[in-house]
Design a protein around this ligand. Structure first.
Ligand SMILES: [Zn+2]
Length: 153
């Protein structure tokens, strides 16, 4: 016997559909806002100025659209790097290119996941202080790449 798919399309009651600019907490129409928001980076609250978002005028709930959230994360990480004196995304890329390494090759030399360098260079994630020191060593200490290659093999 051939199994048949008898599943009907799910019916969504009209009352469950709400406009996407309505506050999920109290149902008030949210308004376009721009202001300082805070985001934790490595367990530390980082303030980012002038972030676009939707705010509920009644209960002050804040909603970030996808682009707003991406921007907030990117700015918070850039600010965190500056505050802690860590290499910027561009500086990491410059070191890697100077030694003619792909993102995957550098990740392998540092025993990191394949996409880690890509996330650092695009500003989606921040390197640890220990990894920051290692990248500075690669940049400033001649022979470091050869040393790491020897130990990655
Ligand atoms: Zn609300």
């Amino acid at each position: 016997m051939t199994p048949t798919c008898s599943q009907k399309p799910l019916r969504v009651p009209r009352t469950h559909v709400r406009p996407d600019d309505v506050c999920p907490t109290c149902g008030t129409t949210m308004v376009e806002a721009r202001g300082q928001l805070r985001l934790p980076v490595n367990g530390e609250e980082v303030s980012v100025p002038a972030v676009s978002h939707l705010r509920c005028p009644k209960c002050h709930e804040v909603i970030l659209r996808f682009e707003d959230a991406r921007r907030l994360n990117w700015d918070a990480i850039a600010s965190y790097r500056k505050q802690h004196g860590l290499l910027s995304a561009d500086e990491i890329r410059a070191v890697r290119k100077h030694f003619d390494l792909t993102q995957g090759e550098l990740a392998r030399l540092l025993h990191l996941g394949a996409n880690t360098i890509s996330r650092w260079e695009s500003g989606r994630n921040v390197q640890t202080a220990a990894m920051d020191v290692l990248i500075r060593l690669i940049r400033d200490l001649p022979g470091s790449v050869e040393y790491l290659r020897h130990h990655a093999a």
